[in-house]
Design a protein around this ligand. Structure first.
Ligand code: DNO
Length: 394
């Protein structure tokens, strides 16, 4: 249907209503009948990303960034001054920052050591300070020792682009130190979150600490953490959104827990508050062949437990191996329309971001973080917005 310009304006003005409230930072308005979802972009922070906030702002319909203070080690309280400065920088560029990805969980908490209480207190202090500066959602993960892992950071595709890839057999033949050395050599000057040299110094000790840990003990440790922080999340109105383990298969003998529908159910059931929620990452949960992502969105989203979404596609090469493809459905193995429809049908009102993208248009020469170039993610964001708009118009 073709809408006349004057009518579009009238509709725009009419439908910009709470809970988003007022204009978006870019003065954009929603289409009539459209459900409110906020498209965001991951930005690693000042000095941590060669992508500028201005570039991000120029992506159509982009409302804000998802960021962090990467240099603060897990377990320490974030200083208020640092949070204020980060907030000012982002708002100064005309963007929102409402989601932090991530405030990392110290290993003592995951391992259930007596020293966890002090780390939890610092976590709560960080939450309090973030709430003061308008943060509404915290993404974190419970992956033991390491964050996400890939066998290749720059895997060449036939069209001349390159992307991240996971080949199980390749990783099996490497030690964690060897994989870390590969990352350090390939990722340029950046430390990859979860693979910081400081953390890796103790890797052997940490791997040993997890050896023989029963799944039930791990869940009990998570529950201890949740019981401590969720009442504060409720008080501060901060939605906690756990990120699933990526990839959803054990590496280096480490337990991987949040990798399937049943595990997510178990995690959410550890504390029934809706403030104990999920970052639905299609690329992490979807990297287990056969996982029904739209069904998970309908189940957990229907209960109001999905607060943040990472939406990306991947292409399976066999049962366990995959590479990260461009976002559109035909480029990968996940049905992006069905995924977005499930979000739309369950009235998703949280934050969403395109996730990893390929390096295209020679972008790898611009010292991007692996998986986090500008162009392919921007294309992904507009593609997802297009699906959303089409869903809204019926
Ligand atoms: C990978 C990301 C993860 C994620 C954390 C959340 O690119 O999705 O590193 O940020 O696991 O805590």
């Amino acid at each position: 249907m073709q809408l006349k310009k004057s009518r579009i304006c009238a509709i725009f003005v009419k439908v910009w209503v709470k809970p988003v409230g007022g204009r978006s930072p870019q003065g954009l308005f929603l289409l009539e009948g459209e459900k409110i979802m906020k498209m965001t972009f991951r930005w690693f922070g000042e000095g941590q990303d060669t992508i500028t906030l201005q570039e991000i702002r120029q992506i159509p319909m982009m409302t804000g960034v998802v960021t962090s203070l990467l240099d603060i080690p897990a377990g320490e309280a974030w200083q208020e001054e640092r949070i204020r400065a980060m907030k000012e920088t982002v708002s100064g560029a005309g963007l929102d920052v409402e989601v932090i990805e991530s405030v990392n969980i110290h290993e003592d908490i995951k391992l259930g050591l007596p020293s966890r209480d002090e780390k939890i207190e610092n976590y709560i202090l960080t939450m309090e300070r973030l709430a003061k500066y308008g943060i509404k959602c915290i993404c974190y993960n419970m992956m033991p020792v390491l964050d996400w892992a890939r066998s290749h950071l720059y895997y060449n595709l036939p069209d001349g682009s390159n992307t991240m890839r996971y080949e199980a057999a390749f990783i099996k033949n490497l030690s964690p130190e060897e994989l870390a050395a590969r990352y350090a050599a390939e990722s340029g000057e950046y430390e990859l979150p979860g693979w910081e040299p400081e953390r890796l110094k103790n890797i052997r000790k940490l791997l040993d600490a997890y050896e023989g840990m029963k799944e039930e003990t791990f869940y009990a440790n998570m529950k201890y953490f949740l019981d401590a922080i969720i009442p504060h999340a409720e008080r501060l109105n901060i939605l906690m959104a756990v990120h699933p383990d990526d990839p959803p298969q054990p590496i280096f003998g480490l337990p991987k827990l949040i990798i399937s529908r049943d595990n997510v159910r178990k995690y959410l059931d550890l504390h029934p508050s809706k403030f104990n929620g999920l970052t639905l990452c299609t690329g992490s949960l979807g990297a287990k062949k056969g996982a029904d992502i739209p069904a998970m969105i309908r189940e957990f989203g229907g209960e109001g437990r999905i607060h943040f979404a990472h939406v990306r596609n991947l292409k399976f090469e066999n049962e366990t191996d995959f590479y990260e493809s461009a976002h559109p459905t035909p480029c990968g193995s996940l049905d992006m329309f069905a995924i977005m429809k499930a979000f739309h049908d369950t009235n998703f009102r949280g934050w969403i971001r395109p996730d990893h993208g390929r390096m295209i248009w020679n972008e790898e020469k611009q010292k991007r973080r692996p998986g986090y170039g500008l162009y392919d993610r921007a294309l992904g964001a507009t593609y997802l917005q297009g699906i959303w708009e089409a869903l809204g118009r019926g």
